[in-house]
Design a binder for this molecule. Structure first.
Ligand code: S3P
Length: 429
């Protein structure tokens, strides 16, 4: 097993980082480029392992995609241009790839088989496969379609009126993508507002989608037209450096071009509530996806309660927020976050287990965790458990540890942030 030795930082962190492209938007740019008619050029694409899995699946579906690191060109031929793949569609570690792809394949009159890695094999799929079956698709898989490998034979789709039992952008997006191919109007009611990149992208590609509070309506049979996409930086990647800047003494970090879509900015709201020394300069208004520059300085933080509707707007940031809370004064309580159990790892367990090894005072609860702040962190051997966000959180924790940290399985970080360590090292004085 690979591991990396990480030393505490002697000085503050300083510098400017161009945050790499947003993972959710990069996935969707490949998907929409593939189902639209024409040539889509994507700039600041994230060449992380997850997005490369999406490219590989669409190539197997017959789409020509040129790739040049941060820029990709997709030659789309509409939904009808997708062809029956003669190989397994391997989504690797990517939940977004498999769930959204199922929505696209639901309307395609051919057979596909989908597989992924060990982590994907444990992630629930019924949340997508059940409503798709109601629309008329044949899907099968282990445990009656709950787990990979999955097989799908798409075709004619009936629209649905569906009240989502979980707050999930992946489920919502899969149903929207199926709805685009159904005969009639599909309505989806969200449990809580989740990231709206799919809705924004439909409009960007010339399609129509209505949103009234939490009710989303989309008409079937729409034709999408290619559109160039500029992907903003990923706020979920920026989050690691926001927290690093806030907790390492004598730091000042500027994060450039960070996506500031309001369905993703829960971390900014929570850090502000905790007292972070954070400045935001929004770029000129962009109707597609707003972005801006963030400056974070060492902060004196207070514990807080994180619960309710903000949870889906910071769900991926909870591991790094847990680390932030270990350095705040007082207690931080995270509730309503049982979705963490079905991420790349069970992130309630992995966060609690690994931060405890470093000396944090943190308890798991049924739907979140309780973190007692003001703890000094020590060194030790910890593991990413193959989860990119756990790996990055532990690397940031190591900056404050008294002794060396040995991080097992750091390679998983390339899922969303291939140049994470070079960015981190560039901040050290
Ligand atoms: C994502 C949605 C979220 C998030 C994931 C990416 C997306 O998952 O955790 O990393 O791109 O739609 P859920 O929608 O399942 O909560």
């Amino acid at each position: 097993m690979e591991f990396i030795k990480l030393q505490p930082t002697m000085n503050g962190l300083e510098g400017v980082i161009e945050i790499p492209g947003d993972k959710s938007i990069s996935h969707r740019s490949v998907m929409f480029g593939s189902i639209a008619q024409g040539v889509t050029r994507v700039t600041n694409f994230l060449p992380g392992d997850d997005c490369l899995s999406t490219i590989s699946c669409f190539r197997k579906l017959g789409v020509v995609i040129e790739e040049n690191e941060n820029e990709i060109i997709i030659y789309g031929n509409g939904f009808d241009g997708l062809k029956e793949p003669n190989d397994l569609l391997d989504v690797g570690n990517s939940g977004t790839t498999i769930r959204l792809l199922l929505g696209i394949l639901a309307g395609r009159p051919f057979f596909s088989s989908l597989i992924g890695d060990h982590s994907i094999g444990k992630r629930p799929m019924t949340r997508v496969t059940e409503p798709l079956k109601t629309m008329g698709v044949q899907i099968d898989g282990r445990k009656n379609g709950e787990y990979t490998p999955l097989s799908i034979r798409g075709g004619h789709l009936n629209p649905i009126h569906y009240k989502m039992p979980v707050a999930s952008a992946q489920v919502k997006s899969a149903l929207i993508l199926a709805g685009l191919q159904a005969e009639g109007e599909t309505t989806i009611i969200e449990k809580a507002e989740s990231r709206d990149h799919t809705e924004r992208m439909i409009r960007k590609f010339g399609g129509e989608i209505q949103k009234d509070n939490r009710t989303i309506t989309v008409k079937g049979g729409q034709k999408l037209t290619a559109s160039d996409i500029l992907v903003p930086g990923d706020i979920s990647s920026a989050a690691f450096f926001l927290v690093a800047g806030a907790i390492v003494p004598d730091s000042e970090i500027v994060l450039k071009n960070v996506g500031l879509n309001p369905t993703r900015t829960g971390i900014i709201e929570i850090m502000n509530k905790m007292g972070a020394n954070l400045e935001i300069r929004q770029n000129a208004a962009d109707a597609f996806e707003p972005a801006g520059d963030l400056t974070i300085k060492t902060s004196s933080l207070k514990g807080t309660v994180i619960e309710g509707d903000v949870i889906p707007r910071l769900i991926d940031e909870i591991p790094i927020i847990a680390l932030l809370a270990t350095q705040a004064e007082g207690k931080t309580i995270i509730k309503d976050a049982s979705e963490l159990k079905v991420k790349e790892t069970n992130r309630i367990d992995t966060v609690v287990q690994e931060l405890t090894k470093l000396g944090a005072s943190i308890e798991a609860t049924e739907d979140g965790m309780i973190i007692h702040g003001g703890t000094e962190l020590k060194g030790g051997t910890v593991s990413s458990h193959g989860d990119h966000r756990i790996g990055m959180m532990l690397a940031i924790a190591s900056l404050l540890c008294k002794d060396q940290v040995e991080l097992e399985n750091p390679e998983s970080i390339s899922v969303s942030y291939p140049n994470f360590f070079s960015h981190l090292n560039s901040l050290k004085n």
